[in-house]
Design a binder for this molecule. Structure first.
Ligand code: NAP
Length: 516
């Protein structure tokens, strides 16, 4: 089944040609700075008076202005997508796949520019940005492979009736991605919808609308017919409820915070006037991920893995580690190791283009929220590294390690979504598992151990959608680590898989009596 699929490789920026190409892409970004971007509805570009302004988190510089969609225009987008669905749903699968294959090629051709915009708008470093582009390509290639299989329908029993059971698309979807993977998550939502024969209305995050626009432009070039993919940037608080509740919306594909995800789930369950179906909601949400370190673990390796999980992209990954749960007899030694790792990583202030291990957090409200949690941390434990923050130039927060945090402390329970790690002590492996599971979330987890019995116990009892051993909790690779969370982390969508695509399909069972 997986024959022929391969994961894309990240660019090596130590190779001079790659570095050179990246610097050239930044020059192009500079030329494009200050541009105005439209909505795209049914292929028509629409400029609105109301704008969303995109800012660099590294420097606070304004990068561009994007038209902001009203409820009226959102209605037009959904109706346009509904009309396009009537022909797209019967477009042969191989034709849809051709569009996606052209998109893959266009993404490769525009790789450096997409990376550069992602770095500029989200504050990622080069490797993180290119890794995200690779993830998007992997999503596309996996969905091509799965769609070909799904197109065969279900295998059924032979009888004297002619029977078949086929997958059919369901209608207009609404894609609502977050800012932290502004390319791969948005692109995965769009392509999974349209390769299955649905049409989509995409509302990007208000923090990263330019990367989103660049991607949608490539979709147009790839040949998706007008109306199949519509682009409506707009504030979640202005059009969010409207597009979720719209009677022609058939499904919502959301990734973001628990609060918004639960709201969408609630809104989508109410039947609007004229609505003929129960809406489907895919909602992937937050996490409060733990990594356990037991007495048998290689502490240097554990500290390096945990520092990477907690602080890469400034801790702004849903899979980031925010709790290290460490057995008592190795606790002090581990704290020394993790503090040393964190000290090596500084939140470097700069233009955002220097390709450093750590950069800024996304915006002023994230900066305020995270620095507030650091103030709480001062009362809930001892800060052994970091604790500083500075928003004079951009939104910079030091990688922060807090020791002696109680298992029920605020910083041990709430998602901070920034570079703050709580180190919690456990007296036994059973207690460590109990602490790790002591959260409403269930996204990722990891255990550093050389004890096979502990590995077996964690496999059975550590309740998370993505469980790892002796490795970091971030960096899930498509079709190696299908991704999706339990409990309040979401609907366990497992992106990249064949199962994921069935969220956007109905199975139609057809039978003809041959004796008639
Ligand atoms: P967010 O505030 O929930 O926003 C996510 C998206 O929802 C944005 O496009 C936002 O638009 C939109 N939105 C806001 N209010 C809405 C409403 N009432 N109806 C419909 N849409 C609405 O989350 P975020 O800050 O972008 O992302 C960070 C969160 O995402 C963290 O909790 C993180 O753990 C989670 N996350 C989870 C995964 C996963 O796979 N589980 C992956 C990545 C991130 P505006 O930007 O216009 O407000």
């Amino acid at each position: 089944m997986l024959k022929g699929f391969y994961n894309s490789s990240e660019l090596d920026f130590t190779i001079p040609e790659n570095k050179e190409a990246m610097l050239k892409a930044f020059e192009q970004v500079d030329k494009e700075k200050g541009n105005d971007y439209p909505l795209i509805i049914g292929g028509e570009r629409i400029m609105t008076e109301e704008k969303i302004f995109s800012f660099s988190p590294s420097t606070k510089e304004q990068l561009g202005a994007v038209s902001s969609c009203s409820q009226e225009l959102a209605d037009r987008a959904i109706r346009t997508a509904h009309n396009a669905f009537l022909s797209w749903r019967t477009t042969p699968v191989e034709e849809r796949i051709c569009c996606v294959r052209r998109l893959v090629e266009l993404m490769k051709q525009n790789r450096f520019l997409l990376d550069a915009w992602s770095i500029e708008e989200s504050g990622k470093n080069w490797g993180e940005a290119d890794g995200e582009l690779c993830e998007a390509l992997d999503f596309f290639n996996s969905y091509i492979m799965h769609m070909r299989e799904l197109d065969k329908g279900l295998e059924l029993m032979d009888t004297d009736e002619a029977v078949k059971c086929i997958y059919i698309p369901i209608g207009v979807g609404v894609a609502v991605p977050p800012w932290n993977f502004p390319l791969s998550l948005l692109a995965g939502m769009v392509v999974s919808a349209v390769i299955t024969g649905n049409t989509i209305v995409c509302k990007p995050s208000s923090d990263t609308p330019i990367v989103a626009y660049k991607f949608i432009e490539l979709c147009e070039k790839a040949g998706f017919p007008a109306g199949v993919i519509n682009f409506i940037p707009g504030s979640g608080s202005v059009i969010g409820d409207y597009i979720v509740k719209h009677p022609l919306t058939r499904f919502v594909n959301f990734t973001g915070s628990k609060e918004v995800g639960l709201r969408i789930s609630r809104m989508a369950s109410e039947v609007s006037e004229g609505q003929k179906w129960i809406k489907r909601v895919v909602a992937e949400m937050g996490g409060k991920n733990a990594i356990i370190v037991d007495s048998s673990a290689d502490l240097k390796r554990a500290a390096a893995g945990i520092a990477n999980s907690a602080f890469s992209f400034q801790g702004q990954k849903c899979s980031a580690c925010s709790r290290a749960v460490v057995l008592s007899d190795v606790y002090d030694a581990f704290v020394e190791e993790i503090a040393a790792c964190a000290k090596d990583l500084q939140a470097h202030q700069g233009s955002g283009r220097e390709d450093l291990p750590m950069g800024p957090v996304i915006n002023k409200s994230a900066f305020d929220r995270i620095s507030h949690y650091i103030e709480i941390a001062r009362n809930e434990g001892t800060i052994v590294c970091g604790g500083g923050f500075d928003d004079s130039k951009g939104f910079y927060i030091e990688p922060t390690v807090v020791r002696d945090v109680a298992k029920n402390a605020v910083i041990a329970k709430e998602e901070i979504f920034g570079p703050v790690l709580a180190v919690i002590r456990a007296e036994s492996f059973d207690e460590a598992l109990e602490i790790a599971n002591n959260t409403e979330y269930g996204l990722t987890g990891s255990v550093y151990t050389e004890d096979r019995a502990h590995i077996q116990k964690a496999k059975e009892e550590f309740h998370v959608g993505n469980l790892y051993f002796n490795r970091k909790s971030t960096g899930a690779v498509v079709l190696q680590h299908p991704f999706g969370g339990f409990n309040m982390s979401g609907t366990d969508a497992k992106t990249g898989t064949r199962d994921y695509l069935t969220n956007f399909l109905n199975l139609k069972s057809i039978c003809e009596d041959l004796t008639y």
